[in-house]
Design a protein around this ligand. Structure first.
Ligand code: PNS
Length: 166
């Protein structure tokens, strides 16, 4: 059984992530979406919330193979080995992503040569998209409907409402 890991912060999941999930799931028998727990980026959503949002989005998508959504802590390569994954999936939006991704992929391969990183070039319509851009727009009440799956539009606005009322 071929297992792949698609890791990330997913704060929140975007249509760009979903596009990679759908395409990567064609490569493997099981895709594990690994949501980073101890994130130095101080995420908007807790790790439990990010996992739930992804599960919600996945449940609405038909014809996907087995997909598991899990939080992970520590080194990605250790998580991948524990889950018996043979590939790590990452998306490349632009040349600016490349340097960082190359460094991490090579480091991970040095740590465990049994696991390879596979890159998907982002579909052109999502090449500009990032979770940070979505958050910036939502924080000012802008329209994020074309950037994230339908079912998580309201949870993102609600999150900003609750953050403001603290
Ligand atoms: O969505 P992101 O924030 O670009 O995802 C980055 C992620 C989670 C893939 C990366 O930060 C990661 O793998 N973190 C876990 C720690 C680790 O293994 N670092 C790489 C070794 S240098």
């Amino acid at each position: 059984m071929k297992i792949g890991i698609y890791p990330g912060s997913f704060d929140p999941i975007t249509l760009g992530h979903l596009d990679i999930i759908v395409r990567a799931s064609g490569l493997v028998d099981k895709l594990i979406i690994g949501v980073l727990k101890n994130n130095a980026k101080r995420p908007l959503f807790t790790v439990e919330e990010r996992v739930e949002l992804i599960k919600q989005v996945i449940s609405e998508k038909l014809n996907l193979p087995e997909i598991q959504v899990d939080a992970f802590d520590g080194l990605l390569i250790d998580f991948a080995a524990k889950e018996n994954a043979s590939i790590i999936v990452r998306g490349l939006r632009a040349i600016t992503d490349f340097e960082y991704e190359l460094q991490i992929a090579q480091t991970n391969h040095k740590l465990n040569a049994k696991i390879d990183t596979v890159f998907f070039t982002t579909s052109v319509e999502y090449s500009y998209l990032s979770s940070s851009v979505v958050k910036e727009i939502a924080s000012f009440g802008g329209d994020i409907r074309q950037f994230v799956p339908k079912s998580i539009v309201q949870p993102i606005y609600d999150k900003y409402k609750s953050v403001r009322s603290i």
